[in-house]
Design a protein around this ligand. Structure first.
Ligand code: ATP
Length: 367
């Protein structure tokens, strides 16, 4: 097992015309399960490949435990990687696929190798497949073999590169749990790359969010969800996405009045939440961010309500999503038994402790 320390990691391609990863700093603790998430092209795979030793870093350092592995060959790094496409040898049996790495990197006897493969196969529930070739296996079985192949090597670090992308939705959910169980059982430090924010949120002890090659935020899923550091993180984490509206702030008493820039509504944050900042924010523009579950229908109009029209009611079983005519796209998540009709005018309010204000210049969350 091992901690991982990344300092100022940078990766350029094509003579520096593409910067895939820039100034990345990470401290990962021994035994942690870290998920790395971000949109396509944000540098997730490049980061993982640099950690694995499959891609040299342009700048920066990587330590695994106390050892500087920045310039070490992949096979000397004590890491095992699970790929999206399984990367099994097609002509070898499951047993041979799982044993191959051991043969190459250890001097274990054939009996010891067999015992390790059997043990890992048992852990993954694939003992009965050991004689099969990969083309006889389903996608889920192949991924179990790929995981089993990593386990037998008993590495200090597991690296997962979107390992469940090729599986159907139901199997993905099962395999997520399997991987989590396995990681807990083995306690191996793990880094798991995915473009699926829900997967990242449910699996990670902590979640690393990248955008455009740069680290945006690292934190526990709940912390990142509730306190996004900037507008990008607020919008990327959570589904349906956080609602955003352009507003102008005015100090009123010890609170802040937020006026939608096209005059659609005014909403006043009380002094309890806006008091410390009301004069410093006054006169400035912001992007107000509010998650769909923090928008609530209300009966009486007031300083903290917005009058709006229902455009679409989207039932999802447990709740209803109301699409409202505020800004470009605005969704309220309400209880399933609240069912207004399209075209109805309703009053809504925001749970004020969950109102975010992002700076339009820096994107940073100022409230
Ligand atoms: P995805 O989710 O689509 O797999 P990603 O977040 O894993 O994306 P990377 O594959 O790490 O992103 O790519 C980061 C950036 O580096 C992208 O702009 C990509 O085009 C570029 N890139 C990646 N590999 C190379 C390469 N071998 N040569 C040139 N550019 C590359």
């Amino acid at each position: 097992m091992a901690s991982i320390t990344v300092r100022n990691l940078r990766k350029e391609y094509d003579q520096g015309t593409v910067v895939a990863v820039e100034g990345l700093d990470l401290n990962i603790q021994d035994g942690e399960f870290i998920t790395v998430v971000g949109p396509s092209g944000c540098g997730k795979t490049t980061t993982l490949r640099m950690l694995a030793g499959l891609e040299p870093a342009t700048e920066g350092t990587i330590h695994i435990g106390d050892e500087d592995v920045t310039d070490l060959h992949a096979k000397n790094r004590d890491v095992a990687m699970v790929f999206q496409n399984y990367a099994l040898y097609p002509h070898k049996t499951v047993f041979e696929n799982m044993e191959f790495g051991l043969r190459m990197s250890t001097d274990l006897s054939p009996e010891e190798r067999r015992d390790r493969v059997r043990e890992a196969a048992e852990m993954m529930g694939i003992e009965n497949l050991l004689g099969d070739k990969p083309d006889q296996l389903s996608g889920g079985q192949k991924q179990r073999v790929a995981l089993g192949r990593c386990i037998v090597r008993e590495p200090g670090v597991f690296l997962f590169d979107e390992p469940l992308s090729n599986l159907d939705a139901k199997l993905r959910t099962t395999m997520r749990t399997e991987i989590q169980r396995l990681q807990e059982e083995l306690g191996v430090t793990s880094i798991y790359v995915t473009h699926d924010q829900e997967e990242a949120m449910t699996m990670g002890d902590r979640i690393v969010i990248l955008n455009d090659g740069e680290l945006q935020q690292v934190g526990q899923p709940k912390e990142v969800y509730e306190n996004p550091i900037n507008e990008f993180v607020g919008g990327f984490i959570g589904s349906p996405s956080m609602n955003f509206i352009d507003v102008e702030a005015t100090a009123v008493g010890d609170g802040i009045r937020l006026s939608e820039v096209n005059g659609q509504f005014q909403y006043t944050l009380s002094g309890e939440y806006g008091g410390d900042l009301n004069t410093s924010l006054s006169g400035q523009r912001f992007t107000l961010g509010i998650r769909p579950e923090n928008v609530k229908p209300t009966r009486t109009a007031g300083d903290q309500t917005v009058t709006t029209t229902v455009e679409v009611v989207e039932p999802i079983g447990s709740d209803n999503y109301l699409h409202l005519d505020i800004g470009e796209e605005f969704i309220a998540r309400v209880e399933a038994d609240y069912e207004p009709e399209t075209g109805d005018q309703i009053e809504i309010t925001f749970k004020e402790e969950h109102v975010h204000l992002f700076s339009p210049e820096t994107g940073l969350d100022v409230l």
